[in-house]
Design a protein around this ligand. Structure first.
Ligand code: F6R
Length: 604
């Protein structure tokens, strides 16, 4: 996750930009840069590598500016280099950006036809050019709105405009951005920690908002361009890293963190410029004839989703087993098996023991882990990282979708390495994956509709979740989320299994939640819903626009984003997480610390 800071200051900002960027180092980065207004001109300084390298540049060429922006870059489009480092410049515009602009190739082509030339390989530079074009016709606020209207993707940006000496603009969609209120000075930042050294009075921008700050004010606009107010809160700067922002619970915040977490994770696997997908650590995925995934709880469901993809896309047999069983079962493993442990914490005792057992058998071991200093990350032969950032809520959300994203990318990488898909298909799939952050943000926007279902669902004693294919593990995950935070008994079933037993449970008091965006198996799930409806079971169908057309008459329908079925298990996670969350809130449960549960289970 790139880091962003912007300051409209009364005194020189260079050192403060650097101080803030140092606070953002935890997000991971491979280059850094700052820019500032100096005598009506915008100047920038950039360096590949650590902030120390940027400081060396500044020692010989200081930036004497009172208004400026800064950025730590985690490479996505284009390798880490000074040229690709932010800020990017086009005409009057200098800009920093976090996220992915999905339609950058089309935009770049059209800008090139209009005579614009690009110096970097980044998607960011197209935003700078677009805004510069708009500024030829419009004042800054209108130009910003017109620019944002042309972008597809999930992003946060910070902007300086030459000739506007006391102005910094920002915008967010999918990636967070905060506004910091100082004394005669104003700030923007990618999180509260970025502005923490300067102020503890913060407003969080909403999805689609953009903002213009000067010395004293922040003018905030919603995505339609209407001026809006966002509440200003006082936060404890020291706690900013693990701050809840505008959210009531960490779990809610972490559900909304998912576009960023997923994007950051995918950038470790996908080169968006070439569309190539690779396993980190130089692992040759063609060298294995089987995959064995070991994990516990939610992480095991991420593994189960991956099984569908490793087998279908890569033709690679894949077993998934809960680590607590695997470790004692003395399973028969073939020597060319890649063992993958999946774990948020990297410390779960059963998963760790299973990983060690695989190592003892001489297997190559990998760990899909979020805490990169953890025991599993250190002991596995190779780390397949997730970059979800710290997950505080005990119920896993953003770590889960980051695991799914990483494993999906690995399945594509395995398919390419094994020659099961050609370069074009690899590119198509990687492009789809890069759309996931935006789609996750769209899915999280269903919050109000889902909240409205909570009062009724909270009365249930039992709830069933149904899904087919790779959405079956998501049904299991939905049921786990509900039971662990709301204490309502819930079970997930493969939709086709219903009639083999669980259908006996259906009555008017047993809600059935069906996760079924339209795909080749949708018709079959419609039949299963009819079986439920015929027995008076209340149905909540989570589907897409196409699926909604075939919903049973009595079903409550939640319409999520339309996307390629490949992405369904990822994109349809936020609705089931939100459902569990709002039911738990409705019941007054301790959402972030449910009874009897621990975040990291280091005992058997
Ligand atoms: C449920 C949940 C747990 C964990 C499981 C494994 O929301 O979080 O089921 O997934 O305890 O933990 P990690 O991923 O740390 O190995």
């Amino acid at each position: 996750m790139c880091g962003i800071i912007g300051i409209v200051g009364e005194s020189p900002v260079q050192d403060r930009l650097i101080e803030s960027l140092k606070r953002l180092e935890y997000r991971g980065y491979d280059s850094a840069g700052i820019a500032g207004c100096v005598d009506g001109q915008v100047e920038r300084r950039r360096a590949k590598g650590k902030i120390r390298a940027l400081e060396e540049v500044l020692a010989s060429e200081p930036l004497n500016a009172k208004v400026g922006i800064g950025h730590t870059r985690w490479a996505t489009h284009g390798a880490p280099s000074e040229t690709n480092a932010h800020p990017h410049k086009a005409g009057r515009v200098t800009l920093v950006h976090n996220g992915i602009i999905e339609n950058y190739a089309e935009l770049r082509d059209s800008l090139t036809r209009r005579g614009r030339t690009f110096e970097s390989e980044t998607d960011t530079e197209v935003i700078a050019h677009l805004l510069d074009c708009e500024l030829e016709k419009k004042p800054p606020i209108e130009a910003m709105k017109a620019t944002l209207d042309q972008l597809t993707g999930a992003y946060a940006i910070g902007v300086l405009i030459e000739g506007e000496d006391a102005l910094v603009m920002g915008a967010r969609r999918g990636s967070p951005l905060v506004v910091g209120y100082g004394d005669g000075e104003m700030f923007i930042g990618s999180d509260a920690l970025a502005v923490g050294p300067f102020t503890n009075r913060i407003a969080y921008l909403d999805e689609g908002d953009f903002v213009a700050i000067d010395h004293k004010t922040a003018r905030i606009f919603d995505e339609t361009g209407q001026p809006v107010q966002r509440p200003v809160r006082t936060v404890a700067a020291s706690a900013a890293l693990v701050e809840k922002g505008n959210y009531r619970h960490f779990m809610e915040k972490e559900i909304h963190d998912q576009p960023d977490a997923c994007q950051h994770t995918l950038s470790a696997y996908i080169d968006p410029t070439t569309g190539k997908v690779q396993a980190p650590g130089g692992v040759d995925l063609a060298a294995f004839d089987r995959i064995q995934i070991v994990a516990c709880g939610t992480a095991s469901y991420a593994g189960s989703i991956a099984r569908y993809l490793f087998e279908r896309l890569a033709g690679l047999p894949c077993d998934v087993e809960v680590a607590s069983e695997f470790r004692y079962r003395q399973p028969a493993v073939s020597p060319k098996t890649l063992a993958i442990a999946v774990s948020q914490s990297g410390e779960t005792a059963d998963t760790l023991a299973a990983l060690r057992w695989c190592k003892q058998q001489g297997l190559t071991t990998a760990a899909v882990v979020n805490v990169h200093e953890s025991t599993m990350a250190r002991e596995a032969d190779v780390l397949f990282p997730t970059h979800a950032g710290p997950e505080i809520g005990v119920a896993s959300t953003k770590a889960f979708t980051s695991q799914v994203a990483a494993l999906m990318a690995l399945a594509v990488a395995a398919a390419a390495a094994r020659g099961r898909i050609d370069a074009m298909e690899e590119k198509r799939l990687s492009k789809l994956l890069l759309e996931a952050p935006r789609l996750l943000a769209d899915a999280a926007q269903l919050e109000d509709e889902i909240r409205a279902l909570a009062p009724e669902l909270a009365k249930a004693r039992d709830v069933l979740y149904l899904g087919r294919g790779a959405l079956f593990p998501l049904a299991l995950e939905g049921a786990l989320k509900l039971k662990e935070i709301s204490y309502i008994h819930a079970e997930g079933y493969a939709a086709g299994e219903l009639k083999h037993g669980p259908i006996a449970l259906i009555d008017e008091a047993t809600p059935v939640i069906v996760i079924a965006p339209s795909d080749p198996l949708f018709e079959k799930t419609v039949s299963n819903m009819s079986e439920v409806a015929a027995r008076g079971g209340p149905i909540i169908l989570i589907t897409d626009t196409e699926g909604a057309k075939n919903a049973p008459a009595n079903a409550r329908v939640i319409v999520g984003p339309t996307c390629d079925p490949f992405l369904h298990p990822l994109v349809y996670a936020p609705p089931i997480q939100l459902l569990a969350y709002y039911v738990a809130v409705q019941k007054g449960a301790d959402v972030d610390q449910p009874r009897n549960l621990a975040k990291s289970v280091t005992v058997e």
